[in-house]
Design a protein around this ligand. Sequence first.
Ligand SMILES: NC(=O)c1ccc[n+]([C@@H]2O[C@H](COP(=O)([O-])OP(=O)(O)OC[C@H]3O[C@@H](n4cnc5c(N)ncnc54)[C@H](O)[C@@H]3O)[C@@H](O)[C@H]2O)c1
Length: 363
Amino acid sequence: MTRKAILVTGGAGYIGSHACKALSLAGYLPVTLDDLSTGNEAFVRWGPLVLGDIHDVERVRATLVEHDVAAVMHFAASSIVGESATNPLLYFHNNLGGTLALLEGMRQAGCDNLVFSSTCAVYGDAPGGRPMSEDTPRNPVNTYGRAKLMCEEVIAEVASKQSLNPVMLRYFNACGADPDGEIGEFRQTETHLIPRAMMAIQGHIDDFQVFGEDFDTPDGTAIRDYIHVSDLARAHVQALERLIGGAKGRQAFNLGTGDGYSVREVLQTISEVSGHSLPAPAGARRPGDPPRLVADPHHARQELGFAPAHSDLQTIVSTAWSWHRHAHPRGAPASCLSAVPANDVLSKPTASPAAGPVLGVRS
Ligand SMILES: NC(=O)c1ccc[n+]([C@@H]2O[C@H](COP(=O)([O-])OP(=O)(O)OC[C@H]3O[C@@H](n4cnc5c(N)ncnc54)[C@H](O)[C@@H]3O)[C@@H](O)[C@H]2O)c1
């Protein structure tokens, strides 16, 4: 029996590649459309890679028709909050402009089902630090969040006027790595807490710091809702099946656990799991960083059957550390760190994403 094809834009990226694996395990054929601007060719392991840009309407249309695609999962985007402050046009061009082109390609191909990668950044600050429901007012405080909100609004507007069935998944902090160690988090520019802490332990960066220790939280550091990337990936399959099954109703879902961990709690767990202490000097707060951002995920639980299985802190950190230690393209076993000066590692050329990093296990 032929497998139903799903177009995964950004399937060579961190979350998109985990979604491809989940799709494949669920019996679908993930077809990745990716320009490899931040993704890795070697992460495309469960279906074909179409090398291209989502702005290319004809490429989108032709890919959808050629593979008889049943639905699109749209991950492709630029997603560095700080960069969106210095280069806002990139974010409107790639995230909003790219989504417009994708929607046009879908319209031309007659493909109506869309799972859209959104973010808790569409909400902005959490009023009183309370868990955020999907009805929390959406007031983004950065350009990245604003561009994603614009995408959501365009998608909802098009869906109200044409045949488009969307579901928008607002993730909180994606983290961890594939429990089988096949794929993980690897970007040329890394801004996320857990991979940066691990890169600091491995000697790949020397500017790791904690942004703010004077928040109104029990240990003074910011609290975030960490959701394991494999749980996110599984939720995408659940959302897809709801769409393909023709369910109507709610279009947006929060994907988080409903619990939060502080930065210090995360770093403590990283030290315990890795067996390495992590010098983490306190830096200033980043502008617009709220003390506590936690999801209210009850709609996703009830309507999608979302049930995080890997999102306890121990599993998140263990899977991420295992990836960093054994298969990360810049990985150096922690046991070898004393023999590898940080500057040496930093000065070595890194694998080009376009060429695809080698993901072999390093002993
Ligand atoms: N990582 C998180 O914590 C998080 C949280 C909330 C939402 N998101 C959203 O999830 C999605 C995936 O994020 P990620 O962390 O996997 O990022 P990522 O950078 O690892 O993956 C993005 C992928 O999209 C590709 N891409 C970018 N622009 C493209 C274009 N114009 N045409 C074709 N391909 C293009 C990149 O090459 C890359 O493979 C993004 O939409 C992001 O906004 C991520």
